[in-house]
Design a protein around this ligand. Structure first.
Ligand SMILES: [Fe+2]
Length: 346
């Protein structure tokens, strides 16, 4: 590989002339922009233990009324990317959101897509396009790009959920925007995960020609957990027990940029995920264990959150010899697949 000339090898007068004409030579930056071998990477493996974040989030409940926040969220920021940039990974925003009994988070819609993974508390709900979606711990709720959504809480304890958005990417594209509207006040009735899409492999006939790109917006944890447990019983010990959350009509990933999956580690099991081009974030729904990410090791407990940067190696361990562990993973693999360079390797 040839060594390229650096900017300091060029005369100051020439560099000044370039700058005043809004020009830059490519060659001093070429190896950084398109590095040979491993990509340049700023994001670092990160881990947040839930009790520490929860304590600060509950304090926000005292310090900031919902009317002054719209969304009462603490954002998990990767210091490798600069904590002011509100990025967990280059493309993924992660926040922990608190809603207190009786509060409403206003109705709005925006260009970034979001998922909610309910962390604790009952009685919360999200209404999306007139469909009221209960929020039970472990449930996954989708609020895709452009769909009206609001949050409410009829229970008696704090409700906390994890938000994951493709916001960093949408912001980078200079196309992040939102609109507000009055609350939706949707009727209380079973959501489509309990009616139209109750069983995998069965659809209401009319859905065969339905063009709605987001037909199902809630994925109950109770059913995902059962499905993982059944799958584990039919999966060899050295194979990964992992289920993807998909659109029940197309079978494709739920959202265009973010991918969601759930993993089960059987008692004492280790799972080598290898390296992937995409970045990912894991949230512990149940169990205790550890993650080795490149040269970092993090012990985790329920509700902890961990960042796996692009191209990082990752091995997960269930540290219990008697109980399973369950993790939810959010990644940007759907985008990498669309761009044609998704890859898994050792
Ligand atoms: Fe929103």
């Amino acid at each position: 590989m040839s060594k390229l000339q650096s900017a300091t090898d060029l005369p100051d007068k020439y560099l000044s002339a370039l700058a005043s004409a809004n020009l830059q030579p490519l060659w001093p930056s070429l190896r950084t922009l398109i590095s040979h071998g491993a990509p340049a990477r700023s994001s670092i493996p990160m881990h947040w233990n839930y009790p520490q974040v929860r304590e600060l989030l509950i304090q926000a409940g005292d310090l900031t009324p919902i009317e002054k926040a719209e969304r009462r969220v603490l954002v998990l920021c990767n210091p490798g990317l600069g904590i002011d940039n509100l990025q967990a990974t280059p493309s993924i925003y992660i926040g922990l959101q608190l809603i207190l009994p009786g509060e409403d988070a206003p109705n709005h819609r925006h260009s970034p897509s979001a998922i909610r993974l309910i962390v604790e508390g009952t009685g919360g709900f999200t209404t999306v396009e007139g469909e009221r979606l209960p929020m039970e711990p472990g449930d996954l709720i989708l609020t895709p790009s452009g769909l009206w959504h609001e949050h409410g809480h009829t229970g008696s304890e704090p409700v906390i959920w994890m938000d994951a958005l493709d916001l960093p990417l949408i912001y980078y594209l200079e196309t992040s925007q939102a609109q507000e509207a009055p609350l939706q006040h949707a009727p209380i009735r079973p959501d489509s995960s309990q009616t139209k899409f109750r069983r995998a492999g069965l659809l209401p006939y009319s859905q065969l020609h339905d063009r709605n790109p987001y037909p199902m917006l809630r994925y109950p944890w109770k059913e995902a957990r059962e499905a993982l447990t059944e799958l584990a019983g039919a999966t060899d010990r050295d194979a990964l027990v992992q289920l993807a959350y998909v659109n029940p009509i197309t079978g494709e990933e739920c959202l265009p940029i973010l991918g969601i999956s759930a993993l089960m580690l059987r008692p004492g099991e280790s799972a080598d995920l290898g390296r992937r081009t995409c970045s990912a974030v894991t949230h512990v729904i149940e169990g205790i264990g550890s993650s080795e990410i490149d040269d970092n090791a993090f012990n985790w407990n329920p509700r902890d959150i961990t960042v796996i940067p692009p191209h990082a190696s990752c091995t997960l361990h269930n540290q219990s010899s008697s109980k399973p562990a369950f993790l939810l993973m959010v990644d940007d693999a759907p985008l990498h697949r669309k761009l044609g360079f998704y890859r898994e390797y050792r």
